[in-house]
Write a protein that binds this ligand. Structure first.
Ligand code: CDP
Length: 226
């Protein structure tokens, strides 16, 4: 694995960006189109937060959470995410686990514990990886680096639609506030803060649909592939 990474250019498309920017959907679609594996790195942070909750370990306890992260009994099988052989695909997506993930993701020891686990997703087949620090820390030699973003309003609307909620009113305002809070937490942490690396292609999807966003990334990919 290390040799794949330390080579001049790793066969990785790194897609970073803020909460609800559409990274997951877009990254998964590109992985399918290019016949590559897909890494949802946020799921590992979410799994760690859920595992801590189940183990009654407080999200402020860096040492114990790092230990849990290093022994995370998680499996990704046929679109399902398992923790201790239990299907937690839906459970890890709730907003409180998202907040917990954001909290524990600020601990250097937790990030270190998950680093090799993320790198192990890369095989000869190649990878599309989405997260916050794919381009900066986990796969610094990625062949293509994308920073995917959209305005907080647009992201909140997408999240509301995803949850089947109205795109105005009190619940919508709460979603917007949560997204803005998570942006601040992810951008202001000391380790691996969310920000584009110098060589990243910035893609603002505020006025693009999924298909248009996928196409734009594939256009960039075709250029480097030549
Ligand atoms: O999809 P959404 O942005 O809501 O969240 P996610 O990608 O599942 O990630 C959940 C949380 O994990 C984020 O708020 C980040 O704080 C953290 N995370 C991280 O720090 N580094 C990553 N590579 C991926 C996620």
């Amino acid at each position: 694995m290390t040799s794949l990474l330390s080579s001049q250019c790793a066969k990785v498309i790194a897609i970073d960006g803020p909460s609800a920017s559409g990274k997951g959907t877009i990254a998964e679609r590109i992985a399918t189109l290019l016949n590559r594996d897909y890494l949802d790195s946020g799921a590992l942070y979410r799994l760690t937060a859920l595992y801590a909750q189940q183990s009654q370990i407080d999200w402020t306890n860096e040492t114990q959470i790092a230990h849990l992260a290093s022994t995370l009994p998680a499996n990704f099988i046929a679109g399902k995410i398992l923790l201790n052989n239990q299907d937690v695909t839906v459970d890890i997506r709730n907003e409180s686990i998202g907040m917990g993930a954001s909290k524990i993701a600020a601990f250097p020891a937790v990030r270190m514990a998950l680093l090799q686990r993320q790198r192990d997703f890369l095989t000869e087949k190649g990878l599309v990886a989405d997260g916050r620090d794919m381009a900066s820390v986990v796969f610094p030699n990625a062949e293509l680096k994308i920073f995917l973003t959209a305005s907080a309003q647009v992201r909140a609307k997408r999240r509301a639609l995803q949850l089947g909620l109205p795109v105005n009113g009190v619940q919508f305002q709460q979603i917007l506030t949560d997204i803005e809070k998570r942006d601040v937490a992810d951008q202001s942490r000391v380790v691996a803060p969310l920000k584009p690396v110098a060589e990243a292609h910035i893609l603002d999807t505020s006025f693009l649909n999924i298909q248009e966003s996928v196409q734009k990334i594939l256009d960039w990919y075709r250029i480097i592939e030549k």
